[in-house]
Design a protein around this ligand. Sequence first.
Ligand SMILES: Nc1ncnc2c1ncn2[C@@H]1O[C@H](COP(=O)(O)OP(=O)(O)OP(=O)(O)O)[C@@H](O)[C@H]1O
Ligand SMILES: [Mg+2]
Length: 240
Amino acid sequence: MIQFQNIYKSFGKLEVLKGVSAGVDGGGITAILGPNGSGKTTLIKMLLGMVYPDKGEIMFNGKPIKKEWQYKNDISYLPQIARFPENLTVTELINLIKDIRGGTPNEQRLIDLFDLDSHLGKKIKHLSGGTKQKVNIVLAMMYDNPVIVLDEPSTGLDPIALVRLKDLVLEERAKGKNILITTHIMSLVEDLSDEILFLLEGKVYFRGTIPELKDFAGEDNLEKSIAHLLEHKHAENIKV
Ligand SMILES: Nc1ncnc2c1ncn2[C@@H]1O[C@H](COP(=O)(O)OP(=O)(O)OP(=O)(O)O)[C@@H](O)[C@H]1O
Ligand SMILES: [Mg+2]
């Protein structure tokens, strides 16, 4: 469904992506991991057409996305940093997005899930960070799309909201959707991911399941396995 083909991207002298290839298909959750600045958000923004690759191509349903926009209707996207019009109330913002996107969203079940009812009349600028993130999640997830892209969805969420988020993502997976998620929260990776795509130094440094990653690193714990990867102990063993 989604193919990143030999993607290169530099910002000035900074080479962020240096030949990234990866495919996502057949449903399930792929966790895109890697240290801060490893290019996770850049790669995601490319899929959404918000950043252009210097070299390489991204395919969606077998077609290059270059100059296309229709495919974006099939993607639910949660940005890492969402900028909303701060003076609107939550309800006004939801209605604004509904007016722009059209379709048949179902926001009420998400409002209920994250207990947002009492916040609907408040202006965005008066919300707490975690509540703002819940609104961000509602806006991203209120449409029923076959592809879901979540860039750091857990930012600021309390433990209850985090559990609800996990359940929501698993529910969507059960419908056979293709879900891409970035996070630095290892419990989220452990509970959600079918596959890990680990970016390091501009390349796919590891791709596989959690058991494969543990095997690869010779550790029995995910956090330690990732620390192992970061220590470059397997530089000779790059697996794509
Ligand atoms: N528009 C831009 N102009 C200049 N540099 C940029 C731009 N966008 C991203 N970068 C740089 O590219 C690198 C990769 O950024 P990116 O946001 O993709 O990282 P990330 O893996 O998502 O990190 P994090 O874990 O902190 O979210 C960083 O060094 C960042 O500063
Ligand atoms: Mg990021």
